[in-house]
Design a protein around this ligand. Structure first.
Ligand code: NAI
Length: 480
């Protein structure tokens, strides 16, 4: 029986291994992690992450050929194929701080593999890593090899949170990069055989190691760039009276462009986009490609601009001050159908409003109160470390309360800010919400989910990203 061990039981390791286990009953899959609480949660009925369809998949194979364990060394030493899916945070100190990937966790996993292995291994990079990481890992493994042979493969993960299970069952492509040597090709084939249990052959792409590593960074940079492009247009739409949804629709009809990822919003978030672009920028700079680095940097700058612009709209619309005013925050996760709050634009928007002394009442259907408070107190990039190594949040932010539902969050509020596109925000009883708010009552829709006309008929002053401005907002000071 082929044995797979995956180091890292997070958003990537957990779902990917569950789908492999379900589709490959003849393979034993063990997911290991240094975080005892994470592994206990995987072994309980309350999984550590929320992802539609994940529960059902895990239920079918947990205890059959899918296991979660903290006994890392035992399972690594027994495995034929080892996936490494640990955190790759942005460095906060030293060389490359604020941009380069911090490979501390990766390196320690590689050293541990070298320490405990007694048989040949295929080591698979599942984490997103800088180009040429495989070479560094190869060196660590071979310098400590005791005669054991290692093959390193790059198999970046393209799943999107919120649709991870769907994406894993029907991936657009599976990418496997490896050495173009007889042993390298054999390793590529071994991993291909795993995916071939359910992925059609023509969707499994094989490349050299460096192309696979770079493709992941490139794919995320392209996706984020589309969002920044449409968000840049949204500012121009507001200035000219164009409607960004109409522009996106017209642009997306061009088959060379396509309709996906063209929704204007308060900004992109999630654990990957910013981190991967910063990493790409750093690699460009290290290779002397300043123009290329600046080009990609701009994608992040526009994202930051969009978040600032939103905060400025809120404050300037409300007589240039939100001091002491209650603002209901609808949604905190970085997108719908996930509880993940890593790099969510809600953090910067909330911090911006708190900076202007607002009182916030935050409601999100999935993000926990503890997580929200941590996010609002943590330093930039600290979130991307194993949970037990993250700084404890001392006390929550005083001006922030967490609400049970949208109605509680909006009660007596002066304004609502919709920051995640949860479906339930489309069908709230806005008449009831309006009646319980201070007047004038504002809605700032950062995801363009509400029916603007209906809300204006009720009496709200509504701001929607990239849409013709409410007459109220037209008379307010211009926003930067
Ligand atoms: P995560 O933070 O949810 O999970 C990483 C896990 O690794 C944590 O549970 C941590 O405790 C564990 N870990 C760290 N060092 C360890 C060690 N030495 N031994 C055992 N366990 C260790 O992170 P996530 O989101 O799963 O991401 C993992 C990698 O995959 C990152 O490189 C990320 O950039 C990449 N990625 C993430 C995607 C996403 O949508 N979240 C999509 C595609 C790639």
């Amino acid at each position: 029986m082929v044995k797979i061990c995956c180091i890292g039981a997070g958003y990537v390791g957990g779902p990917t291994m569950a789908v492999i286990a379900l589709n490959c009953p003849s393979i034993e899959v063990v997911v290991v992690d240094i975080s005892v609480t994470r592994i206990s949660a995987w072994n309980s009925d309350q999984l550590p992450i929320y992802e539609p369809g994940l529960n059902e998949v895990v239920k079918q194979c947990k205890g059959r050929n899918l296991f979660f364990s903290t006994d890392i060394e035992k399972h690594v030493s027994e495995a034929d194929i080892i996936f490494v899916s640990v955190n790759t945070p942005t460095k906060t100190r030293g060389l490359g701080a604020g941009k380069a990937a911090d490979l501390t966790y990766w390196e320690s996993a590689a050293r541990m593999i070298a320490d405990v292995s007694k048989s040949n291994k295929i080591v698979v990079e599942k984490s997103t890593v800088p180009v040429k990481t495989a070479e560094a890992i190869e060196r660590i493994l071979t310098h400590n090899s005791k005669g054991i042979k290692y093959q390193i493969l790059s198999n970046p993960e393209f799943l999107a949170e919120g649709t991870a299970i769907q994406d894993l069952f029907k991936p657009d492509r599976v990418l496997i990069g490896g050495r173009e040597t007889p042993d390298g090709l054999k390793a590529i084939q071994a991993l291909k055989d795993v995916y071939a249990h359910w992925v059609p052959e023509d969707r499994i792409i094989t490349t050299n190691l460096w192309s696979a590593e770079l493709s992941k960074l490139a794919a995320n940079a392209f996706l984020a760039q589309r969002i920044s492009s449409v968000n840049a247009m949204s500012a121009l739409c507001e200035a000219t009276g164009a409607d960004v949804s109409q522009v996106s629709h017209a642009v997306g009809k061009d088959s060379r462009i396509g309709p996906k990822f063209l929704n204007a919003s308060v900004g992109f978030g999630g654990s990957c986009f910013q981190k991967d672009i910063l990493n790409l920028v750093y690699i460009c700079e290290c290779n002397g490609l300043a123009e290329v680095a600046n080009y990609w940097k701009q994608v992040i700058k526009v994202n930051d601009y969009q978040k600032n612009r939103f905060v400025n709209r809120v404050v300037s619309s409300m007589f240039n001050t939100v001091s002491g005013k209650k603002i209901g925050i609808m949604g905190f996760a970085f997108k719908k159908d996930t509880g993940d709050t890593r790099e969510t634009p809600a953090i910067d928007v909330c911090k911006g409003l708190l900076g202007d002394k607002a009182r916030l009442s935050i409601y999100d259907p999935q993000a926990t109160a503890d997580q929200i408070q941590r996010d609002l107190t943590m330093n930039k990039f600290d979130w991307d470390h194993p949970i037990h190594l993250q700084p404890m949040s001392p006390t929550g932010v005083k001006q922030v309360s967490i609400a049970w539902d949208a109605y509680e969050a909006s009660k007596d509020a002066h304004a609502l800010c919709i920051l995640t596109e949860w479906d339930e925000f489309k069908t709230l009883d806005y008449r009831r919400i309006f009646d319980n708010m201070q007047k004038p009552a504002f809605v700032f829709d950062g995801r363009n989910v509400v029916n603007v006309e209906m809300l204006r008929d009720i009496g709200f002053i509504v701001y929607s990203i990239g849409k013709p401005l409410d007459p109220w907002l037209k008379n307010m000071p211009a926003v930067a």
